[in-house]
Design a protein around this ligand. Sequence first.
Ligand code: R5P
Length: 305
Amino acid sequence: MSAALLALPGQEALAGTLRAALDVPALTLATRDFPDGETYLRIEGEVKGKAIAVLCTLHEPNPRFLPLAFIADALRDLGAVSVGLVAPYLAYMRQDARFMPGEAITSSSFARLVSRQFDWLATVDPHLHRWHALSDIYTIPAVALQAAPLLAEWVRVNVEHPVIVGPDEESEQWVSGVAAAAGCGYLVLKKQRRGDRDVTVSGLSKHDWSDRTPVLVDDIISSGQTMGQAVAQCRSAGSAPAVCVGVHGIFAPEALAALQQAGAARIVTTNSIAHPSNAIDLSPLLAGAVRRFWQGVGHPPILPR
Ligand code: R5P
């Protein structure tokens, strides 16, 4: 089947490695903002009759989503056979319940919007907590890839005598997989979040440590508060300086500096979001999933709507 990759601006590095792994041509996108704030979009390259994968990681989703939805429509208009979304970071997964009366459950609203625009979705370690699977909220074939084997391989090569540490109970799903694949033990700490930037992490005692280097593993580093507090916990338990490994490095302003100040020995992320800390390449993982969608493996063939 004839196929192509179209990447939205801002992910050129990952687009290059993913395109090479898929061995398909790239479509290019010409875009600019009009003076009134609306967006001009033009897809350059042959679309008709092709299966198209659109690469758009979805941190800072609000300004990204509208152009993305327009592009999916335009690709269909131009005759694409199918239009899939590769969103290494999937937004709006954390508001998965109504914690206060009147709150919007944005994870399901966002899932409905994406499901209307795309034929399939591939993402990496979405924040599945109260939702147990993407199929709880996405109505298209959607795959949640796991970065744990890649994280484990990085740890195995780069850290001597590691112990994997999860900063909160939710992280056990990632931490246990990384520890198993890296062949070492793991611990899970307790987190209390009172506000966006008001977090405490506890649950570590001095006897938890011997000659091990703590490797903190979490799905998201956003404000950096969770990782920062966990780094500080490790330090006060007398450990060697902790290495921080995040799947998705969102890094709000000052988060990186705060983590460094807390005493992190090294901060490493996957390239789901372009950042200087990127050290783990997701493209082989993503390429495998895209190929399976294109070949119709594990789901009905993706047909035109
Ligand atoms: C929360 O449940 C996630 O797994 C992460 O621990 C959290 O999103 C990290 O956020 P921050 O860096 O703002 O503490």
